[in-house]
Design a protein around this ligand. Structure first.
Ligand SMILES: NC(=O)c1ccc[n+]([C@@H]2O[C@H](COP(=O)([O-])OP(=O)(O)OC[C@H]3O[C@@H](n4cnc5c(N)ncnc54)[C@H](O)[C@@H]3O)[C@@H](O)[C@H]2O)c1
Length: 380
């Protein structure tokens, strides 16, 4: 099959391309701008770019003629090209909308207008960010009982400045519960809003012209190959890079904020399976492990793996738009894709650190990126 991957040289795109090439059954078209923020000035991916079954098109999803060229003869499209920094999106609104929304609009317009460019299937790389804070419930003293699903909205800067990070309802703490695809949509960043716009545009356009559409709402993906230079995404790679450079990790809030970390191999398996599922309005699917781990826990595991200690501190700093907790309800993923994320965190983290330690040193830009975001808070 001939398959187009937009953003095909990004972290997930490259891993997905390798998985597909291993099947020895596909011709791939990889379209990517090679954004310097992600790839640096002189990226080189010889294993993919010299592969006989790969055609690489360097350029943007906003370039209509390039998109037409990329679509010629393809049966399936994985749409991954995006600007991906949640915090950065709050300050660079046009850049995020140009790539994520306008790029998707151009891709869809071409497949809608021109039947000869129409794939059979389109899989979108969406994000759990569309849920905002996600689902919570009141926890009872005598155990945990979900009485109703609660969707708290963002936390106030005043509360967080006083060290109060958790959500309360009438003075009682709320407990995070796994977020389902049917839970409230509540994007709280420009990035999240752009990902939800992508989903809706793809769903509507694909159903109009009979393209089978699936959106995968990814949790926090990590693994070898994630950019060590991009300070705006991927805390595991950012932290590993900081420790590798001899720096200290500034753990935000109280370190108890938590995420669902899903390993890259599991994610690319979900993408592969998504290509073969029959069209259905239920094809908006969470991809995660269904478990959550706190940031302090992750830092502890990283320090142990790298063999350092005392190289992190809890600063109490916080960023606008950061959510407190999140983890996925994966029952739809299990049912529709017949798939469970299987890589244990400790194994995935170990493989990630081993890979990162063997990469050329990258300037640690995380502190500068955090200062940019703090300046944004001060302006408001
Ligand atoms: N990594 C995660 O944890 C995660 C979580 C949720 C959703 N996602 C989504 O998955 C997709 C891939 O993310 P990733 O982690 O591989 O990020 P990445 O930054 O490594 O990859 C994105 C790729 O898109 C390319 N790109 C940017 N603008 C482009 C444009 N205008 N035209 C063509 N290419 C362009 C970049 O050069 C990059 O190679 C994105 O759509 C992202 O929103 C990722």
């Amino acid at each position: 099959m001939r398959i187009l991957i937009t953003g095909g040289l990004g972290f997930i795109g490259r891993a997905l391309a390798k998985r597909l090439l291993d099947e020895n059954a596909h011709q791939l078209v990889l379209l990517d701008t090679l954004s310097p923020q992600v790839h640096g000035e002189n990226p080189s991916y010889p294993d993919l770019l010299s592969h006989p079954n790969v055609r690489f098109l360097k350029g943007s999803v906003c370039d209509r003629s390039l998109v037409r060229d990329a679509l010629a003869g393809v049966s399936a499209v994985y749409h991954l090209a995006a600007e991906t920094g949640t915090g950065q999106s709050m300050d660079e609104i046009q850049r995020y909308y140009d790539t994520n929304v306008m790029g998707t609009a151009i891709l869809l317009e071409e497949v809608v207008k021109e039947p000869s460019l129409r794939p059979k299937a389109l899989v979108l790389s969406s994000s759990r960010s569309v849920y905002g804070e996600g689902a919570y419930a009141l926890s009872e003293d005598d155990g945990f009982e979900v009485t109703s699903r609660i969707y708290p909205s963002g936390r106030s800067a005043t509360d967080m400045q006083q060290g109060s990070f958790e959500f309360l309802r009438d003075g009682r703490p709320l407990t995070p519960i796994p977020t389902k695809e049917t839970d409230k949509i509540d994007p709280n960043s420009i990035y999240a809003a752009s990902k939800y716009a992508q989903e809706q545009m793809c769903q509507i356009a694909c159903s109009t012209v009979g393209i089978s559409f699936t959106a995968l709402r990814l949790q926090n993906v990590y693994g070898p190959g994630q950019s060590l230079r991009n300070p705006y995404t991927g805390i595991l790679s950012i932290f590993t890079n900081t420790l590798k450079q001899g720096g200290s990790i500034d753990i935000f809030e109280d370190g108890e904020e938590s995420r669902d970390f899903v390993y890259i191999d599991d994610v690319t398996r979900a993408f592969r399976l998504a290509l073969d599922v029959p069209a259905s309005p239920d094809n908006i699917i969470n991809v995660g492990t269904g478990n959550r781990h706190t940031v302090s826990e992750i830092v502890g595991l990283l320090e142990r793996k790298i063999g350092v200690s005392g190289r992190s501190y809890i600063s109490g700093r916080f960023r606008p738009g950061d959510i407190r907790h999140c983890f996925a309800d994966v029952s739809r993923m299990n049912r529709i894709l017949g798939f469970k994320a299987e890589t244990p965190l400790i194994d995935g983290l170990s493989a990630t650190v081993d890979w990162a330690l063997n990469q050329p040193a990258e300037l640690d830009r995380s502190d500068a990126a955090n200062r940019e975001l703090e300046a944004l808070v001060r302006r408001n």
